[in-house]
Design a protein around this ligand. Structure first.
Ligand code: C2E
Ligand code: CA
Ligand code: CA
Length: 910
């Protein structure tokens, strides 16, 4: 959102809407400023430890400040952090910050955070934290990495507690809805020609957002010392007026609001409470007291002209402070409009008043003769246009010359109208003397003599540039995605709503909603940079637009997800054809700068027959279909939603809940599959493989639960559980058979675990606990997990290696590890993926691949384990290729620990 063309002298209503957008921006700007200050100060500091001056700088900061090292160990927390979290400094400093936060952050977001920080970018987002007493709170955080001159680095987090704001917002109107309301009100107040029309319209609009059947507007009539009620809708009363308002003894809630000039939200208890039966600041009630009453003053340039109120006789909790704010925001616009209408009335009444008002008014007032010659122009012309009165009066065509070229025709046509009424108006653009372009709203009225002969035309012109720009911003930005210019989620939901309504009326009506997600977008973003990623999204948007008809809607749903709403289809098949078209369009090479890539996407489709009744339901189902299209790591797939999918999705969810319970109930256990030396035939180690003994479903294999555990983040706990148990078992075996203290235990590590900064600490802890020698532990990490972010993987691998443990690249050959990386990674072993071993036969392609891998490994000094050996001929071939180690059903299936122990014992005695 650009602020550059937003005028700084906004009128009242503009200020209110503006606030909405502005506060967010300001808040982030402030957080960022504090960050900069802090980092600058740290730069000046000599040591990498927390400099002595730091506490004094942030001691009294209302924001929470946390400084950690790269592992997340807290080095400093300011008092505000301790205040809010309930932890003392001692309890926080020296501890890993991730013990409090990591589980609270969804894995994907945690990834994003780590990626950003490792690459030296800042991370900004919401963090859900736990207080010492277990309560949750929300922080709006900006975290940045600070590189110290000595090569070390810190993470600096500046955070604000936003718990309260989030909680209130979730109950009230969404921001979009609020903006929508303000925008609609802004529109009607600017065009309503009379008060009689204005008030009911406002009430009607208001009713769509707040429960406000009882609504009234009261205006001060100073001359008669009374309040009049030009609009009063009430189920109990109808007021004509309240007299004697200047007398302090006159009591009414409306007068309280007018006298105090502030909104008042009050319910019956407030009135009944207190010594004299009234809450402080409440003077009294006229008529029936409602269960809840909310009033706001109507104010124009600091002067109160009346009040506006809503009330509810039944539910004392109907309104909140948020509603009060909203009503207050509207009141500014309403008041201004009342004032405008009054002024126009005044103009109509008398020429004299007209002159005085017009000369000082915010608009430009002119009189033209019946021949079209300008007879009078208000002095405000200088302020408004930069030109003097004489310029206008001397040249009848002067105004015409100032107009924007495109607006000349409507101006000419309008001016040539024979008879103008007050309701006619046009909006035109003109150029000020200083070259700036402004918008004018022009209202003309023909004036006649008593005998009906024309006297001339009165033209009032008002500068409406502010309103125009607000309108444009609100209507466009609130409904469109800023990056791609496509419809946003809000607009998309709205269009789907319309489609649903239509389908209810017309049985033969077909539509389709397509959920589209770019495959591997994260990889593109990570490897080619965010600017590149943004360009990809923009280009995708353009291609999508080209593939659909003008009556369809293309929406960016967020991230790399798009939605197509295909309307008025001949048949459901047409939707599938359209999606194929999109797939082809995306497949064309996409070149940005000197880089060229090819995109694929996955699609989930919901057709009109699905029987959905809610837009949210449609999107949910489309998302389920997309999930199906993506199952088993597929890409470039299309799936049409069926109810069976929904059942499966429900089961998956059920499964994930089960998983959490199972970890607590210790239903997971570990099997051990031997790994043998080809040369000696001796068992050299075991791979630990996890199993789930489910109370109902029996034994479940890892392929059925590990992906879910990764999605939910439970893999972190599960992985540690396996690691702890396996290390303990191996340590026990080594103690039992000291001659086999050389056995190596291989344990699988998931990508999610691998990106956890606390991993190193946790492994250290487990090694200490179980007493296993570090060199006897080998961690297996899949090639894909490593290559997902090779840079940070390298850092992590080095840190793990520093513990003295061994590392292995699992499923080697299925990812895209480049040689240059392979040379840098401090690994000991490559595990050739089973898929290569399965169809190894003499001279086959797979045999060649294995041969190359072995040659490569030998050159750079790595061991090779061939996994999944099932047959004697596979073993023979591997022997021929001088492979070092093997693992597979041919030798042994994964064994219970007792059986594995017996195997060691047997091998020892034989
Ligand atoms: P993996 O790391 O590639 O493990 C080898 C898998 O191949 C094991 O399957 C093993 O039983 C199977 N296997 C071994 N030899 C043969 C053979 O000769 N023929 C055939 N057909 N299969 C063989 P399992 O135990 O079902 O595990 C599957 C995958 O689940 C593992 O693949 C690993 O990626 C993952 N996994 C298992 N346990 C854990 C764990 O504790 N943590 C994590 N993160 N992943 C685990
Ligand atoms: Ca493995
Ligand atoms: Ca493997």
């Amino acid at each position: 959102m650009g602020t550059d063309n937003t005028p700084d002298h906004c009128t009242e209503p503009v200020v209110h809407c503006h606030d909405e957008l502005q506060t967010l921006r300001q808040r982030y700007a402030r957080l960022r400023r504090e960050h900069d200050d802090l980092l600058r100060l740290m730069q000046q500091g000599q040591t990498t430890r927390i400099p002595a001056w730091l506490p004094s700088v942030v001691e009294h900061s209302p924001t929470l400040v946390l400084v950690t090292d790269l592992e997340g160990t807290v080095e400093y927390a300011n008092p505000m952090f301790c205040d809010i979290s309930g932890f003392s400094t001692d309890e926080v400093v020296g501890q890993s910050v991730f013990t409090h936060t990591s589980k609270m952050l969804p894995p994907a977001e945690r990834d994003r955070m780590m990626r950003a920080l490792i690459h030296g970018r800042e991370w900004r987002g919401l963090l859900r934290q736990c207080k010492k007493d277990g309560d949750c709170y929300w922080l709006d955080a900006v975290i940045r990495r600070h590189d110290n001159p000595d090569g070390t680095a810190n993470l600096v987090g500046i955070m604000e507690d936003v718990t309260e704001r989030l909680n209130t917002r979730s109950e009230g109107l969404s921001n979009e809805r609020r903006l929508g309301l303000l925008y609609r009100i802004a529109n009607v107040v600017n065009v309503s020609p009379s008060i009689d029309e204005l008030f009911p319209t406002i009430h009607r609009i208001l009713l769509e957002y707040i429960a406000a059947p009882n609504f009234y507007i009261a205006l001060i009539d100073k001359d008669n010392d009374r309040l009049v009620f030009p609009y009063y809708m009430d189920e109990m009363e109808s007021f004509l007026e309240i007299r004697g308002i200047s007398d302090p003894a006159t009591k009414s809630l409306t007068l309280d609001v007018i006298r105090s000039g502030t909104p008042l939200l009050i319910n019956a208890q407030d009135v009944d409470a207190g010594g004299d039966g009234l809450r402080e600041g409440v003077s009294g009630v006229v008529g029936t007291m409602s269960a809840v009453w909310l009033g706001v003053p109507l104010m124009v340039s600091g002067t109160i002209i009346g009040a506006m109120a809503i009330q509810d006789y039944h539910n004392p909790h109907q309104y909140t402070e948020q509603d009060a704010d909203l009503l207050a925001a509207i009141s500014g616009q309403v008041a201004l409009s009342i004032e405008r209408i009054r002024m126009e009335d005044a103009l109509r009444c008398s020429e004299k008043r007209y002159r005085t008002v017009s000369d000082s008014a915010f608009g430009l007032e002119t009189w033209c003769s019946p021949g079209g010659r300008m007879l009078y122009v208000s002095t405000s012309c200088l302020r408004l246009t930069g030109y003097a009165e004489e310029d206008f009066l001397a040249d009848p065509q002067f105004m015409l010359g100032l107009l924007h070229r495109d607006d000349v025709p409507i101006w000419t046509q309008f001016m040539e109208t024979d008879e103008h009424s007050d309701t006619d108006s046009i909006d035109v653009r003109f150029f000020r003397k200083d070259g700036r372009m402004r918008w004018l709203n022009v209202v003309c009225r023909s004036v006649f003599d008593d005998d009906g002969s024309p006297l001339g035309v009165r033209c009032s012109m008002r500068d409406i540039t502010d309103r125009k720009s607000l309108e444009r911003r609100l209507s466009y930005e609130s409904l469109h995605d800023t990056l791609t210019g496509l419809a946003n989620r809000e607009l998309c939901l709205d269009r789907i709503r319309q489609v649903l309504a239509r389908s209810k009326r017309r049985p033969d009506y077909h539509y389709a909603v397509v959920f589209l997600d770019i495959d591997r977008f994260r990889v593109i973003n990570d490897s080619l940079g965010h600017a590149f990623g943004d360009s990809v999204l923009r280009e995708t948007g353009l291609r999508l637009l080209h593939c659909v008809r003008s009556l369809d809607t293309v929406c960016r749903f967020g991230g790399d997800q798009f939605i197509l709403l295909l309307d008025e289809l001949e048949s459901p098949r047409e939707a599938i054809t359209a999606v194929h078209r999109v797939r082809e369009a995306l497949a064309k090479p996409l070149t940005i700068g000197d880089r060229s890539i090819r995109l694929t996407a996955s699609f989930g489709i919901v057709l009109s027959q699905s029987g959905c009744t809610q837009p949210e339901e449609i999107l949910q189902n489309a998302n389920i279909a997309l999930y199906e299209a993506r199952r088993e790591d597929r890409r470039n797939h299309i799936k049409v939603f069926t109810t069976r999918m929904r059942e499966r999705a429900a089961r998956t969810m059920f499964f994930e809940n089960d998983l959490r319970r199972a970890i607590q109930n210790k239903e997971f256990y570990v099997l051990y599959q031997p790994i043998l030396s080809i040369k000696t035939g001796e068992v050299v180690g075991f791979e630990a493989l996890c199993r789930w003994r489910h109370p109902i479903h029996g034994e479940i294999l890892p392929s059925d639960f590990i992906p879910h555990a990764e999605d939910t983040g439970d893999i972190i706990d599960l992985g540690l559980l396996v690691l702890r148990q396996a290390c303990a078992t191996m340590a026990e075996w080594q103690t039992a058979y000291p001659s086999r203290a050389d056995l190596v235990l291989s344990v699988n590590l998931s990508a999610v675990q691998f990106s956890q900064p606390s991993l190193v600490d946790q492994i250290t802890c487990i090694l200490d606990e179980t007493g296993l020698t570090p060199s006897c532990l080998k961690l297996e990490i899949t090639e894909t997990a490593i290559m997902r972010n090779a840079e940070s993987a390298l850092v992590m691998l080095k840190r793990l290696k520093a513990l003295g443990i061994q590392l292995s690249i699992d499923d080697f050959g299925t990812g895209y590890c480049s040689l240059s990386y392979l040379l840098q990674f401090p690994v000991n072993t490559l595990k050739v993926d089973r898929s290569f071993i399965v169809d190894m036969s003499k001279g086959s392609q797979n045999t060649e691949i294995v041969r190359i891998v072995l040659a490569l490994a030998r050159t750079i000094g790595l061991d090779v384990v061939a996994e999944g050996v099932e047959q004697a001929d596979q073993l023979d071939l591997l022997k021929g290729l001088s492979c070092d180690f093997v693992q597979g059903f041919y030798f042994s299936r994964p064994l219970e620990s007792t059986a594995a122990k017996a195997l060691i014992a047997g091998a020892r005695t034989s």
